[in-house]
Design a protein around this ligand. Sequence first.
Ligand code: GN1
Ligand code: MG
Length: 364
Amino acid sequence: MDNIFSVAEQFSSPGRIVEVREFGNGNINTTFLVSLDVEEEKHFILQCINTQVFSKPELVMHNMHVATEHISRRLRNAPLTSDRRWEVPRVLPAKDGRDYWLDTDGSFWRALSFIDAQSFDIIRDVEHAREVGCALGTFHALLSDLPTTRLADTLEGFHITPLYLRHYDDVLAKHGAGTSPEVDFCVKFVSGRRDLAYVLEHARAQGKLDLRPIHGDPKVNNIMIDRTSGQAVSMVDLDTVKPGLIHYDIGDCLRSGCNSLGEETGKWEEVQFDNDLCRAILRGYFSTAGGFLTDNDIAYIYDSIRLITFELGLRFFTDYLEGDVYFKVNRPGHNLARALVQFRLTESIESRAASIQDIIRDMR
Ligand code: GN1
Ligand code: MG
C-alpha cells in the first residue's frame, strides 16, 4: 500500500489533509477517516475495497451511483413525510475525474462523504431499536420503485444459503474439521439444520417472494443516529446494494439488532435473542415500509430471522475451517468464536419461535 496520506491526496477535497486514521470495524474492506483543515465538510471516508471479495469493484461503484442518485431524486421530489432528515453518502471523485483510484499495487480506493452522526455496534434501548427498523424501512421504501434490472449482481451467491451450504460441504471434505467440543457442536449444529438452508430460495422459486433492491448488510452499526434527536438519519456501507430478497435484510437487521451482547462477544453461551428489541425494530420497519409488504413477505419474516442468523454462523464456521480466507480476523479461532455466537443466537430464535411469530402477527 502507498503512503496513506498520498492515497487520500488522490481525491478532490476542499481543504488540506491534516490526519488520516483507521476507522470503524468492517470485516471485509479497510476504512479510514480523513480530516481536513476546514470548518465545513471537515472529514471524508477513504476505503480500500477488498477485491478478493468484490472482484468487480467498478460494478460496486455503479450500483452505489444508481441507488444514491435514485434516492436523492426521490427525496427532492417528495421529501419524507415524517420530517426525518435523511442523508445519502456521496461518492467523491478522484482528481483524475474517475470515482476510484488504483494504487501502484492495483489496490482499489474510493472516497465517500462523511455522515456526521453516531454509529453503535450494539442497540442501546427500544427507542434506538425502533430507529434502526425505521431506517431499514425508509431505505427499502426509497428504493422500492427502482427496477432491479438497473443494479448489477456485484456479489454472486450473496445470501443464497444453499450455496454457502455447498461450499461448507466442500471445505469440510477437503480440510476436515479436527475435533474440539466447539467444532463438534458446530458440525452437529449444521447437520441438524440442512433443510433450513432452502427456505427462502424455495419460496422465491415458487414465486412467493420477488427480488428487490436491497442494502445487503443492514447491521446496527451501518445505521447512523443523530447525536441530538436520536433519530436514524442514514444507512451507510452501500457496497452490497444489489438485487436480493428484502428478507435477507430483515433477517440480518434482526440478528444483529436483537443480540444485546453483540456479534463479537466472548460469552457465546449467554447469547439470547431479545424479543423486546425485535418488536421495536419491526414496529419501526413496518411504520416506514409497511406500505409495500405483501402477505407472503410477512409470512416469511420469522424464517428469514432464523435463516440469516444460521447462515452467518455457517459462513463464519466455514471460513474458520478454510483458514480465514474471507473475514478479517484478529486472532486464531476468531471465526469459530463468531460462529458459536450466531449458532447460539439461532437456537434462541428457535426456542422463541411462537412468541416471535406473535410479534410479527401483531404488526399487521
Ligand atoms: C461483513 O465487512 P462488514 O462488517 O461490512 C459481511 C456481512 C456480514 C458481516 C458480519 C460483503 O460485513 O455479510 O453480515 O460482515 N459482508 C460481506 O459482521 O460479506
Ligand atoms: Mg458491509
